[in-house]
Design a protein around this ligand. Structure first.
Ligand code: ATP
Ligand code: AH0
Length: 396
């Protein structure tokens, strides 16, 4: 029999290790920067043992954010720009990884793999695009070959397509990591991530995998960030200073909550394509609240984020579940206080209490998914596709 080529030998060697060093990358819908998590992972699946060795978020320069925003969540874009950015982002992320490894005194040759989410530029589940002949669809750019060749490290990328091919919406993938790191016998838990979009995983304490639920909920920070930028020229409402200075307008809040998305069965996914500036402006017109002050608008959309989460939890999750929050929204006190007030029966903490850095959680997820792609077996959880996700890019 012919011997495996060097790439496959390399991959097989990594797959046979008892523990692996992996980098998870996440660049989310908030477009704040690249999250880089350097992880040590032993074993796979429900036997996974995990340690976060280093973590950083490298903020994106304004120019880069503007370039990505020019093609982000828009139905009509400059296609050449999409093409250029696909290659550029791969190479740029590689540069940021090499810089971080240097800061951490870690040699690229000590890293077994990189698991790269890429940059979502459009998310179009069928529910949103409503075109019968087309499937669920999503697009992440930042090509994995560029990451692999520039860093010299085996790279796994484009995780969401397999999920769609196997019947899912390509998101949320959080449950595949939450089940490995967040479950506890005898305790019903909710792992709530408030990023650009909010999502949660419900982990029943009886360990019954068929009851695990994971869904997007609605806007997380995306609208708060958008209006902080356009009305106050700030990247986000730091420490909710603007929201606390305003008053929630109940008419607008009710109008915002009237979208059919909230009545659709879970699991479901969404993105800034739906929860956009235009969506809020239309809700203002419908409710006759176009005149309200800018600070009241920020207070109302912050309450909207909170209320959508409260309604989802009340509709789908047993009352006693403990809630562990992650994502940048865990640092938005207006939203967190809203949750505490309206879910008085729930203990709410952040995922640091579980030993999971709340800012790093999504980057860690991709490191775990990469580890599974290399050495795991498909896991059946709830009614989610039991598949191993990600495409392999070799450095040579
Ligand atoms: N001190 C703070 N006060 C208020 N909001 C904050 C604070 N710190 C962070 N945030 C919010 O968190 C956001 C960044 O969140 P995060 O990094 O989880 O986004 P993301 O990675 O793009 O998420 P996702 O991929 O889930 O959409 C900021 O844009 C801001 O809205
Ligand atoms: C298509 C896409 O990029 N979705 C993101 C986004 O950010 C939050 C929410 O919307 C979630 O569905 C998902 O990311 C996380 C990592 C997930 O798949 O679980």
């Amino acid at each position: 029999m012919k011997a495996l080529n060097t790439n496959l030998q390399h991959l097989t060697g990594i797959a046979q290790k008892t523990q692996r060093i992996g980098i998870g990358l996440m660049s989310g819908t908030s477009l704040d920067g690249l999250d880089i998590a350097l992880c040590r992972i032993a074993g796979t699946g429900l036997q996974t043992q995990f340690e976060l060795l280093n973590f950083t978020t490298i903020p994106y320069p304004d120019r880069f954010k503007a370039e990505v925003r020019s093609v982000f969540s828009k139905r009509q874009v400059d296609l050449e720009k999409v093409c250029l950015l696909n290659d550029f982002i791969g190479a740029y992320h590689a540069e940021l990884i090499l810089k971080s490894l240097k800061d951490w005194s870690t040699k690229p040759s000590d890293v077994d793999f990189i698991a790269s989410h890429g940059q979502t530029i459009y998310h179009a589940p069928k529910r949103l695009h409503r075109q019968e002949e087309y499937p669920n669809a999503t697009l992440q750019i930042g090509d994995g070959d560029h990451v692999a060749v520039k860093t010299g490290i085996l790279t796994i990328s484009d995780f969401r397509q397999k999920h769609i091919a196997a019947g899912g919406e390509g998101a949320p993938l959080a449950l595949y990591g939450d089940v490995l790191l967040g479950r506890k016998d005898g305790e019903d838990r909710i792992l709530l991530n408030i990023g650009g979009i909010a999502n949660l995983t419900y982990l029943p304490g009886d360990g019954d995998m068929t009851k695990v639920l994971c869904s997007d909920i609605g806007p997380g920070n995306t609208l708060i960030d958008t209006f902080s930028r356009t009305l106050f020229n700030r990247a986000y409402d730091e420490d909710s200073i603007i929201a606390f200075s305003g008053a929630v307008n109940e008419d607008l809040l009710n109008s915002l909550l009237r979208h059919p998305f909230f009545g659709e069965p879970s699991p479901k996914t969404t993105g800034p394509e739906l929860f956009s500036e235009e969506y809020v402006r239309k809700a203002q017109e419908r409710s006759g609240t176009s005149h309200i002050e800018a600070k009241d608008l920020i207070a109302t959309i912050s309450a909207f984020t909170g209320r959508a989460i409260v309604d989802f939890i009340n509709a789908y999750i047993p009352a006693a579940a403990k809630i562990f929050v992650s994502g940048g929204g865990a640092r938005n006190p207006f939203v967190v206080q809203y949750l505490q007030k309206h879910l008085p029966q729930s203990h709410i903490a952040d995922t640091a209490q579980l030993g999971i850095n709340p800012d790093a959680k999504e980057a860690i997820l991709f490191a775990l998914l990469g580890n599974e792609a290399i050495a795991g077996e498909p896991l059946a959880i709830g009614n989610n596709p039991a598949v191993l996700m990600g495409k392999f890019s070799f450095a040579g």
